[in-house]
Ligand binder design. Structure first.
Ligand code: C5P
Length: 245
């Protein structure tokens, strides 16, 4: 039997990655952050002086997406309440903080809207998913949690559990600001209105793009986290996994 697959999708700053990491830690599953792949391609383009919003550069960016080597390494903690950390590597270089800067966040949705970029990322993400949970793979963990925008609809259409996280955009902006303050990076714009507008703009791009837009899969469970604590949403998902295992 194949490993249990959990797909977590939702708009920007809906708590996907924190939730997904904690669910993976509680269940002993592997975790793959697919947004990190699009962020790496964006960073690769920016560092080559390519303007991601210039449509004539799309094929150059697609080539970069194909040729870049992207690696993830998630370190789980033995204490269930502490957050696992994921390091992201682009062509062997640790870019974990660089891919979270405001500049990358600002351009990433334009990059993620390029069809051939999505095909290249899809291939990499599926390969990683296949090795991370196979017994010959590095970790041999019992299951896989993946988060992004199109996991339930495109990447893992047969996932055993699909979660669609939603939250009020104001609440999401406040959470994102807290996260930025904690990580010491303030580049994204330090007031809540600016962050909220940026999130809404990114969601709009993600929802209306032609190539695998952000949408809830028909068989996904919608979870509104506006009034839930992180522990509450993790518990809800872990219980749902146990029910289906
Ligand atoms: O999740 P994160 O905010 O890091 O994702 C960055 C961007 O990557 C999203 O705004 C979206 O445009 C894109 N993305 C995507 N499909 C995914 C994951 C992320 O289009 N599966």
């Amino acid at each position: 039997t194949r490993p249990f697959q959990v797909a977590i999708d939702g708009p920007a700053a809906s708590g996907k990655s924190t939730t997904a990491k904690m669910v993976a830690q509680r269940l002993g599953f592997d975790y793959i952050d697919t947004g990190a792949f699009y962020r790496c391609v964006t960073l690769a383009a920016l560092s080559k002086g390519i303007d991601p919003s210039n449509q004539t550069q799309a094929s150059q960016i697609s080539n970069l997406a194909q040729s870049s080597h992207i690696g993830l390494n998630t370190v789980f903690s033995s204490s269930p309440s502490s957050l696992p950390t994921t390091r992201v590597f682009l062509d062997k270089k640790d870019v974990s903080s660089e891919i979270r800067t405001g500049t990358v966040s600002k351009h990433v949705s334009a990059v993620a809207a390029i069809g051939p970029v999505r095909e290249a990322v899809l291939q990499k993400v599926r390969d990683m998913g296949a090795t991370s949970t196979s017994h010959e793979g590095n970790s041999g963990r019992a299951g896989l949690v993946m988060d992004g925008r199109d996991i339930g609809t495109v990447v893992l259409p047969n996932a055993d559990l699909k979660i669609f996280l939603v939250a009020d955009s104001r609440v999401r902006a406040e959470r994102r600001l807290q996260e930025l303050a904690k990580s010491g990076s303030k580049e994204e714009g330090s007031d809540v209105e600016t962050v909220q507008k940026d999130l809404e703009r990114r969601d709009e791009l993600d929802r209306t793009r032609e190539a695998s837009p952000l949408r809830k899969a028909d068989d996904a469970v919608e979870l509104d986290t506006s009034h839930l604590t992180i522990e509450g949403q993790v518990d809800a998902i872990v219980q749902e996994v146990h029910r289906r295992q």
